[in-house]
Write a protein that binds this ligand. Structure first.
Ligand SMILES: NC(=O)c1ccc[n+]([C@@H]2O[C@H](COP(=O)([O-])OP(=O)(O)OC[C@H]3O[C@@H](n4cnc5c(N)ncnc54)[C@H](OP(=O)(O)O)[C@@H]3O)[C@@H](O)[C@H]2O)c1
Length: 315
């Protein structure tokens, strides 16, 4: 089969399109023919070696497709099932081995491409708005990079819960998308310090180094900063005493794996997210569908801030 391989971590040129042996599913595993693979920022961190993986590896953390073989002891899925998965590395490929208990069913009404586009970021937005902080009617919420893959989903889910959403974006085109997703106020990053000081119950920050200080300053006493990513680079070491001085603030650095710890939790979050897309209550904006062979271009576009919404690789 064809797949993207990283042998030496680095820039996007580390993504090589190559012929590799067809994988064979073992105990408890399924082999899935990949219909679409989602591109996520974590794929960039893996490619760079910022989150090191043993080399060589096939990158990609999410996909959807059809089960084409199962190993011994698999009870959760059968050949022919339409399935999706997240947080299992290896989806930039024509086929992927996935532990069967990590697969979720895709509703008949939903295209496999949309399932691949929404599962990882959708479950992330789900836990951030329901579990990390249970967003309530009237909460004031700041969402950075609101026109991005995560940002558009977070904005819609915060609005589902009745929040007042303040969004940041870098351009007029991105502002239009954030407003379309329901944002009540849309700001450029440079305007946050003057306009959002001590107003927010919660800040969702996936930008990291560039926005961290403004995010803290935006919180009202006892507010929560959910620092869920670092698209602009990691936040430098931090003195916890600053949380006291700024109003007994909370700071968390959450990750999806800790919010889908059981199969029941996975099925519940995935069921909500895929169900909302299938019934039209959650919109998934696909920015681009790139041929698998053009994974380098997809990464360059994502890192270059040229994209909005979601990027897919199609084998
Ligand atoms: N913790 C978790 O469980 C989890 C799960 C999924 C994703 N994430 C995180 O969520 C964040 C967003 O991921 P995504 O895949 O949806 O990407 P994305 O938001 O579609 O793309 C990143 C966006 O960040 C903004 N940005 C600001 N400064 C940037 C910089 N210096 N370099 C690049 N981008 C910059 C850009 O929007 P503007 O041009 O509008 O500024 C850019 O479009 C990432 O940090 C990712 O690691 C975390």
């Amino acid at each position: 089969m064809r797949a993207i391989i990283v042998t030496t971590p680095g820039g996007s040129s580390a993504l090589d399109y190559a012929e590799v042996p067809d994988p064979v599913p073992g105990e408890g595993e399924a082999l899935v023919e990949v219909a679409a693979s989602g591109v996520n920022f974590i794929d960039v961190y893996h490619r760079e070696g910022r989150y090191p993986l043993p080399t060589p590896f096939v990158p990609g953390s999410e996909g959807a497709g059809t089960v084409c073989a199962t190993g011994p002891g698999v009870t959760q899925v059968a050949v022919g099932d339409r399935v999706a998965w997240a947080n299992v590395v290896g989806s930039y490929a024509e086929k992927q081995i996935v532990p069967a208990d990590r697969l979720v069913p895709v509703p008949d009404a939903l295209g496999l491409d949309l399932a691949a586009a929404v599962l990882l970021q959708g479950m992330t937005a789900h836990y951030l708005t329901r579990s990390t902080h249970d967003v309530r009617e009237g909460d004031v919420v700041l969402i950075h990079a609101a026109a991005g893959g995560m940002g558009l989903l977070l904005t819609q889910m915060a609005k589902m819960r009745g929040a007042h959403v303040i969004a940041t974006v870098s351009s007029g085109a991105k502002e239009k998308l954030a407003r379309g997703a329901g944002a009540d106020e849309v700001l450029r990053y440079g305007d946050v310090a003057a306009n959002v000081r001590k107003r927010c119950h919660v800040v969702y920050d996936g930008v990291g180094a560039a926005t961290f200080e403004d995010s803290l300053a935006a919180l009202r006493p006892r507010g929560l900063l959910a620092l869920y990513g670092a698209a602009s680079g990691p936040v430098p070491p931090f003195d916890p005493q600053r949380l006291n001085a700024a109003g007994s603030l909370f700071l968390t650095r959450p990750t999806l794996g800790h919010y889908v710890t059981t199969r029941a939790e996975l099925l519940e979050r995935a069921g909500d997210v895929l169900g909302w897309v299938a019934d039209g209550s959650l919109d998934v904006a696909v920015y681009g569908r790139y041929p698998l062979a053009e994974a380098r271009r997809a990464h360059d576009d994502l890192e270059g801030r040229r994209t909005t919404g979601k990027l897919l690789l199609i084998p």
